[in-house]
Every structure is written in C-alpha cells, then in structure tokens.
Design a protein around this ligand. Sequence first.
Ligand code: ATP
Ligand code: MG
Length: 356
Amino acid sequence: MSTAATKTYNIVLLPGDGVGPEVTRAARDVLRVIGDFYGHHFEFAEHLIGGAAIDETGEPLPEATRAACVASDAVLLGAVGGPKWDGGKARPEQGLLAIRKAMGLFANLRPLQVSPVLAHRSPLKKEIVEGVDLIVFRELTGGVYFGEKTRTADRATDLCEYTVPEIERVTRAAFQTAQQRRGKVTSVDKANVMETSRLWREVVTRIHAEEFPDITLEHALVDSMAMHLIRKPRDYDVILTENMFGDILSDEISVLGGSIGLLPSASLGAGGPGLFEPIHGSAPDIAGQDLANPVGTILSAALLLRHSLKLEDEADSIEAAVAAVLAAGAVTADLGGALGTRAATEAVIDAIRAIH
Ligand code: ATP
Ligand code: MG
C-alpha cells in the first residue's frame, strides 16, 4: 500500500463493438481493485468508437472521443467491427486507424508469454513453446502500407518509404524495453534486397552503438525469422521490425500460445497517452453471452499501467494474478474451462487480493 497522496489518472475506455464492452468492463474492474490496493484513483470516462459510434453519430470516431483520448493519460479499447456494419459507408475499423493517427502512435507492442500449463494448447510441440517470453515492436506509421500507390490497367506500385527519425524512435523504444527485460534485441529486415531495410539496419546499428551498447543486438532476415519463430521461439526477447514485416510476424506469433483471447497489445507514441487493446477482434459469434476470455484485455490494462502510467509494480501484480489463475485452471471456454467472462474476471481479482 502506497503512503503517497492519492494520485488521479484519467483513463478513457472505448468499449466498441461485439465482446468489446464485456472485456473492457472486466479490465476496468481489475484496474479499480489495483487502484484501491496501491492508493491511486483511476478516473474512467467511456466514449464511443467503431460501429457503436456509427450507430449513434454516423461517424466511427466522433470528435468528442478524439478530444478525450488525446487529453487522457491512457486509452483502453475493447474491439471494433462486426457484420452489422459490413458494406456500410462508414466502417468501424476507420475509427481505430483515425484514433491511432490522432494520438501519434508509432510503435505497436505485442508481448507473448506461454504459460507452462497452457503450452499443450499450442499447435507447436509443448517443449518448443513452453517458457516463451518475447515482445514484438512493430513500426506503425511508415513502410509500404503508407507509401504512394499507383495503378493502371496492367501495372501497380506500392512505394516503401522510411525516414531516419521514424526508424530512430521505434528503435529507442525497443532498446529501452530490452533494458527492462533480458537485454536482447533482434531487428528484423530484408537488407539483402530492400533499400529501406539497409537504412533500417544502419540506423538500428548506430542507435545501438551510441545509446545502448550494453544490449545484445542481432539482425535477422524476415524470411528466416518466420522459420526460426516456429523452430526456436524461446531464443527471442525483443523483436524489432518495420510495419509490414511486423504485421505478418505478430500474427504468426499470436498462434504460438494457444488462444487469441489471452494476448494483449499496446500502441505507443512519443510520451503522450498510449492505446491498449486485446489483439482479438469483436468476436460477434460470442458477443453478449458472457463467453469472451477477458485475459487479453486485463493484460492490456497491465501494459497500460506499465507503459503509460509508469506503474510497474501494479502491472506486475496483474500479470502475477493472471499467471496464478491460468495455472489454477480458472479459465474460459476457449481454454477448455467452465468460467464465463465475469467469473474469470472475479478469479483474477481474487488472485490480486491473495497476492496483497
Ligand atoms: P477482426 O477482423 O476484428 O480481427 P476476426 O473476425 O478476425 O476479427 P476475432 O473477432 O478475434 O477475429 O474472432 C476470431 C475467433 O476467435 C472467433 O471465433 C471468436 O469467437 C474467437 N475469439 C476472439 N476473441 C475471443 C475472446 N476474447 N475469447 C474467446 N474467444 C475469442
Ligand atoms: Mg482479424
């Protein structure tokens, strides 16, 4: 229990669509309990995004939501999208792209830890994935997704472009995180054929030498990396890569652990509030039935505490509680358990109480 005066943190909740409201509520309840134990006041403000926002306002990102997010200490998002809005003029996913842009988010982080008790659920052999503990840093603003596109009847181009400052900022974020972990960064590129990758490798090498010489740095080509990740995923600590390679590798990595419902993510900018969300989508097939696994969102709340609020012990508490609950088998149906969203959330809260 902290002796310092209660500090208030402003957290914007964006429940969104499908299972989003259920899992966001779960993470909010866990944050409240953590706030009580450590003497922080988390002030929650709920805002509309995605399909829910389209229904109410006609737009996937209303101005009130944008303004609240930018002015907050951190944003916790559930999920956006669903069949209801398919084929409509306004698309829910535009809300997510727009808020990432408005908040200046340039690094997407996806940690993966494979709990020994769940390793048997992985499509890979238990002995390969058991104990995996890695984090992907994906650059979010540059590369081929945002380059100029051209198209004629028989020719198309996508320009891949990176600037030195774009590479520098995500590289520093990755090295800083490596300092708090096992001290190793694997930078992934395609420097044997791509000029942007040669620049990437040059900048990463320089930042390493000038600012983080105590970190172990290795470079890998994305094709062989895709192979190594399923042969020996335990070898990796921090994986740093550009936008498209990161998109592909993070999906590959997300299946190593067994259930998509477990995994959190963070998107960070330069010092401002970050955006935290589970990696799963709105799961319309199970929405509103108390079936969704809340753990991905609860672990996203832990990332929020660590990366935006700088509350490391509080983040550790949530992660330890989740690990205890998984080890005890108090899990939802996607992991073969019998608990609903609410009961699984209560199990995490009980485990937090048991730790303190
Ligand atoms: P998006 O395009 O938004 O990523 P998607 O259709 O690709 O969405 P999800 O919405 O993540 O993917 O759903 C994929 C499958 O995983 C569905 O069968 C869904 O029920 C399941 N799923 C997703 N999230 C969870 C969760 N939190 N708990 C349990 N099952 C989940
Ligand atoms: Mg998807």
